[in-house]
Design a protein around this ligand. Sequence first.
Ligand SMILES: [Zn+2]
Ligand SMILES: [Zn+2]
Length: 280
Amino acid sequence: MPYRTMADCHSHSDCSFDGQAPMEQMCARAQSLGLLYYAVTDHCECDQYDGSPQFGGRKYYDVVRRAWRELEENRRRFPDLHLLKGVELGQPLQNLPAALDVLDGRDYDIVIGSLHNIAGMPDFYHLGGEHFSQDQLDALFGLYFDQLREMLDWGKFDTLAHITYPLRYLYRPGDTPSFERYSAMLDVIFKKLIEQDKALEFNTSRLGRTDCPILPDREVFTRYRALGGRRVTLGSDAHCPENVAKGIPEALDLLREIGYTEYTVFVGRQPQQIPIEYIP
Ligand SMILES: [Zn+2]
Ligand SMILES: [Zn+2]
C-alpha cells in the first residue's frame, strides 16, 4: 500500500441483488488489506421497497433487515476490523416513507445517498444503449441535477455517491464524458453539499479500467475543492472480495495532485478527517 491508511466506505455483499459474495468474505478481504475503516453499504432502492418484478420480486424491505443483521454479526465476527454499518439509499425521494423506515431505529455509521434513476425512468444503466440527441441529453441531465438538488434539500444522508453515474452511460459516441455543459448545475450541488457539511464520494470502481470511458473525476474534484469542498469519502463500490479497496490508491494520488491532504470517514454519522499519508 503506498498510503499509510486507506478506508473503503462503499461496498456490497450478497445481501444486494448484484453482490457476489457473503458479507463475511468481504470483511475477511478488508481485514487482510489492513484497511483503517471498511463499510458495507448494501443497496436499498427506495422506489422498489415493496417488491420488484425486475429482481424476482425481492423486496428491499427484507434486504435492509437482512443486511442489518449481517452487519451486526460481522461486527462480532471481526472485532479487529473497523466495520462501519452502512446503507446505500437509492432514490430516497421516490419513496420517502421507505427511506424513513430504513433509517428508523438503525444507528448506521454511514448513509450513502444515490440517484440511479430519474423518477419514473429506468436506471441509467439501462439507458446505455440508447442514442440520444444533444437536446435529449441536456433534458436528462437537467432532471438529474434537479433531483439531486431535491435530495440534498431533504438531506438525511452523509455522502453523495458517484455523481458521475449517468456519465457512465449517457454520452454521444466519440465524445469524452464531461460535465462541462452543466457546470452551473454542478456548482449548485457542490455548494449545497458544502453548506450542509456533507461529503462527495470518490467512487473508484471505474479507475484504471480500459473497457469503459474515463470519467471526469479530476474535473469534478478540482471544482469541488475550488468551491471549498473538503469532505471526500472513498468508495470502491466492490461487489466481490477482489475489488475491495480497488482504485483507492489511484484516487488518493489524484486527490493529492488536486491539493487534498485529508479524506473523510463517517463513524456514527459524524465526519472524521483522516490525513492522506503517502509512503514513497
Ligand atoms: Zn450506486
Ligand atoms: Zn453501490
